[in-house]
Design a protein around this ligand. Sequence first.
Ligand code: ADP
Length: 275
Amino acid sequence: YMPGSGNQERLRERPDFILVVIQDLTENRRLERMRTDFVANASHELRTPLASLTGFIETLQGPARNDTEAQERFLSIMLDQAGRMRRLIDDILSLSRIELKAHVRPATVVDLTEIIRHTADALSPLARDLEVEIRIDVPDIPVRLKGDRDELIQVVENLIENALKYGSSGKVVDVRVYEQSVDQDADYWVLSVRDYGEGIPREHLPRLTERFYRVDVESSRALKGTGLGLAIVKHILTRHRARLEVESNPGEGAEFRIKLPALENTDGSAEKISA
Ligand code: ADP
């Protein structure tokens, strides 16, 4: 296009066309890079327990062949390693299943309080083992919103489980649900999971939802983490048009907040407690 040529059609069309192509390429490259990084990281994560398993099998075939006491010990370590591989594979599959539906908004209506009680019940043995109390403060009425029950259970489970495991020194985990009003309507339901443990140093906060990102790899492994929990949470929340906020002061614990869009009444206003 030459300025002053007078061809307004070409002026409008051409730059648009070029821009789209460039954006597509960069986006494709970025996604391609993410995919190859993910495959490399996942292979590495799986290779570690596999190497350990192979090593123990060789020892059992050779040096420990007649040592029943060592055999017992090695077999229990092998079972742990196999468990770690299974958790990784489960989480990898979970992540790819959710990614496939990333753009489809759930159509069913669920009750968030029911999901929280269900999940807290399921986690009560872990809470007991870690000697942490789960305190629940939710509205007495059903908190209805559009969502996928299984996926939201996965979200709540991940957050409470992390709070129990990484915040166990605080002895208490608070789970709350409250409405957040914008323009007098309750536009969002906020789910807050708060612990009083070690907290998370500020510089890590922006990266927590990256796949395989862990503040402390050893403690995550010891606590049976895969590093995929919050990545799964993020993907589920994207599909629910929900937001995740994290706040933490080291030494004072961490708070994970989820903002879920409230259900709209037929007149377009938001459903809220006082309605
Ligand atoms: P993991 O399987 O390792 O628990 P997540 O994706 O669930 O993976 O969490 C990523 C990392 O974020 C964890 O390894 C841990 O270092 C940190 N983290 C998550 N929740 C908390 C919390 N409540 N307190 C402190 N650190 C946390």
